[in-house]
Ligand binder design. Structure first.
Ligand code: DER
Length: 243
């Protein structure tokens, strides 16, 4: 599968080039389908006799239920951010990356814990396939809207404020579809709202602040001034680095 090859190439290269076996101890593991290969790669080092003495000392911090399974399924040590609030390096996917390394995340509805971990890390590395690289601004390729985590009792208030105060074009509460009647519920027992504004986002920093200030908003999927590098994998196995 060429897309999986692209994801794997980006993830392997990111781990190989950034994981410091001697100085890193607490590793943030994101959520989604690309970061699967980050955990897989670190698991390979665990089985390598030249590296296992270092990797067996790593503490891996999850960003949700799926992320926790990645850590456990690859035989890595699992820790919680309450015990390890200072993270050495975090790897995670993204839905779109703009020319300034600003991100849209939340396609997998894990954005809150992802942002808690990515902003607690000294280094935050994005791993993605080529589809996620925007030629310029956010919402160029990603048209599903900006994910927002909201307190369930406030979702109508947030919807109204997005439409009436921030002039959003459309606002959708993310539904479980054929998998769950009613809205999806996050690992933090909240709802996700996907909000579209008219076209591309020229000032994601300002938009994040405006959305974040609305009552009922827990966190936005705009990750501003957070990622330090992004690896984009291509189907032929080549990888582009943006930093
Ligand atoms: O929800 C997220 O932000 C995840 O990181 C996700 O969107 C990444 O997507 P992927 O499955 O393409 O890696």
């Amino acid at each position: 599968n060429p897309l999986e090859e692209a994801k794997r190439s980006a993830a392997y290269r990111a781990v190989d080039e950034n994981l410091d076996f001697f100085n890193h101890k607490v590793i943030g593991i994101g959520s989604g389908s690309t970061v699967v290969y980050v955990a897989e790669r670190i698991g390979q080092y665990l089985k390598d006799e030249n590296y296992s003495k270092y990797v067996s000392k790593f503490i891996c911090i999850s960003t949700g239920f799926q992320s926790k399974r990645l850590i456990l399924d690859n035989g890595l040590n699992f820790g919680v951010v309450e015990q390890y609030p200072d993270i050495d390096i975090a790897f995670d996917g993204a839905d779109e990356v703009d020319e300034n390394l600003q991100l849209i995340k939340g396609g997998g509805a894990c954005l809150f814990q992802e942002k808690l971990i990515s902003t607690s890390a000294k280094k935050f590395i994005v791993v993605a396939d080529h589809r996620k690289k925007s030629p310029k601004n956010l919402c160029t390729n990603w048209t599903n809207g900006i994910p927002i985590e909201v307190v369930p009792s406030a979702y109508v208030r947030v919807k109204n404020d997005l439409l009436n105060k921030l002039n959003a074009k459309n606002v959708n509460i993310r539904q479980g579809g054929s998998f769950k009647a009613g809205p999806i519920v996050t690992d933090n027992n909240n709802f996700i709202i996907d909000v579209n504004f008219n076209g591309i986002i020229n000032n994601p920093k300002q938009l994040h602040s405006e959305i974040k200030s609305l009552i009922g908003v827990v966190e936005t999927g705009l990750f501003i001034d957070n990622a330090m590098k992004a690896y984009f994998g291509n189907s032929d196995g080549t990888v582009e680095l943006q930093e």
